[in-house]
Design a protein around this ligand. Structure first.
Ligand code: GLN
Length: 482
């Protein structure tokens, strides 16, 4: 299969069939051709990419290349990149150039990866459709009238449109998995604490986790293993060695027990998504897995708990954008207080303001116990649900979203309906577990459907193994939009 996967590009580089510079040039041309329509990139770093590609070619010529040397990727514009515009999809940071690299960016750079630029996202990663970006909505390459999902919609659309073979994303409540599902690519949200959050602009710190997005599980493994590992600059980074998920990819699936949560197949799941997921489960059974029904009884509490905890943390994290040190500052103001309030009023979009308002409210005196503490208690119950279910199975499977990608504008005026569409992804972040989305077919509208696989803590290798085996037996991941 001639797919432009990282794996195949790696082989072409090793066989000297292509140079890193040729790869970078080729993908930059693809971005130039497709981006005006898709709007997946906020910044294309042409000079930086070519310089990194030349350095990669020198390393290859000197026999000093690693497995990722010369491979082109893109970074979600939530990761700080030294000397490159870092906007987080916000007017607040529309002209902010980061003075340093996020740990994820630095690690991938050190591994020889060539960054082509920064991808579009919902403002401060708040959203499920990519429509809240200050830089405009991203279009789904499978149907330009539909959203790519969010918040990592730019990364997902860029990969689906062939503008880049892989990209980074972040997932606070589903932002890697859901756009991966909507765009027909693969993406994994790792166990909380395994990928450093240093230099990843904070949304909800106890939930945020970076991870890779690519066409295949194999490519995700390649990137993930280079992204993970302890970082003393992230206070919640786990003292663990970097992962080696690539080593687990080929394990047979014989005896694998897959748990199917009753609550993920109930009311609200679109029929075409259900049929597609059931067909994928049948394929996994053919590969040696067995399925068992499990229950996650507190699923319905996940969205209410998340929409207390995430805004609470966001309201605190976003207080740093005050117009003083960096970011947007109002042009005219009469005193310091007005400078703060005008800068923030002008710099933040509606969804971000909504979250800050909710967050400060639930943290305020008198409501803290009623909302914030309660939500933390629910969070514990939700984590216990998974713990219980994972005693009966090795991985949990289900849809990543109840429908395929909605039409642009369909959820724009209805934030609560948008929040509800995260029903299958959000609980995973509350529990801190790893989960991925892999393409497994198409809905009635011809848009991709994602199969979600959820594992126990540190089971990224097993999840990628199941997805890789599935991808060896199917070709959904190889389908391309017209
Ligand atoms: N859609 C969810 C939200 O708006 C999740 C976003 C994310 O994972 N960053 O908060």
């Amino acid at each position: 299969m001639s797919l432009d996967t990282l794996k195949s590009l790696q082989q072409q580089l090793a066989a000297k069939q292509v140079s890193a510079r040729e790869l970078a040039t080729d993908y930059l041309a693809k971005i130039d051709a497709a981006n005006p329509q898709i709007n997946a990139f906020i910044t294309v770093d042409r000079d930086g990419a070519l310089a990194a590609a030349d350095a990669a070619d020198r390393a290859i010529a000197a026999g000093k290349a690693g497995p990722l040397t010369g491979l082109p990727i893109a970074h979600k514009d939530i990761f700080c990149t030294e000397g490159v515009l870092t906007t987080c999809g916000s007017k607040m940071l529309a002209s902010f150039t980061s003075p340093y690299d996020a740990t994820v960016v630095a690690r991938l750079k050190a591994a020889g990866v060539v960054s082509l630029g920064k991808t579009n996202l919902d403002e401060f990663a708040m959203g499920s459709t990519n429509e809240s970006s200050h830089f405009g909505a991203v279009k789904n390459p499978w149907n330009l009238a539909h959203v790519p999902g969010g918040s990592s919609g730019g990364s997902a659309a860029a990969i689906a449109a062939g503008m880049v073979p892989a990209a980074t994303g972040t997932d606070t409540g589903g932002s890697i998995r859901q756009p991966a599902g909507f765009c027909g690519i693969t993406g994994i949200k790792p166990t909380y604490g395994t990928v450093s959050r240093y230099g990843m602009i904070a949304y909800a710190s106890s939930l945020d986790q970076g991870g890779p997005m690519a066409r295949t599980a194999e490519d995700c493994a390649l990137l993930l293993d280079a992204m993970t590992g302890f970082d003393e600059r992230d206070s919640t980074s786990l003292q663990r060695a970097a992962s080696n998920t690539a080593a687990e990819l080929d394990k047979p699936l014989d005896g694998l027990r897959i748990g199917l949560p009753t609550e993920y197949f109930g009311e609200g799941l679109a029929d075409d998504v259900r049929t597609t997921i059931e067909a994928a489960l049948a394929e996994l059974r053919k590969l040696g897995a067995t399925t068992v029904e499990v229950s996650l009884p507190n699923t319905r509490l996940a969205i209410p708990a998340y929409y207390v905890i995430a805004p609470a943390e966001a309201s605190s994290n976003l207080s740093r954008f005050d117009g003083v040190r960096y970011g947007h500052r109002a042009a005219a103001y009469k005193d310091l207080a007005e400078m703060y309030s005008k800068s923030r009023a002008e710099g933040f979009g509606a969804e971000v303001k909504r979250r800050i308002l909710v967050g400060t409210y639930v943290l305020s005196h008198g409501y803290y116990d009623a909302y914030y503490i309660k939500a933390q208690q629910l969070r514990r119950l939700i984590a216990e649900d998974f713990k219980q279910a994972l005693t009966q199975c090795d991985v949990i499977a289900g849809p990543v979203a109840p429908t395929t990608a909605p039409a642009l504008g369909a959820l724009a005026d209805d934030p609560v309906r948008m929040y509800l569409s995260d029903i299958y992804t959000i609980a995973v972040n509350l529990a801190g577990l790893p989960a991925l989305s892999a393409p497994c077919g198409f809905g009635a509208d011809g848009l991709p459907v994602g199969l979600q696989l959820i594992g126990n803590y540190f089971a990224e290798g097993r999840l990628l193994n199941v997805a890789h085996r599935f991808q060896q037996a199917t070709d959904w991941h190889a389908r391309r939009p017209a």
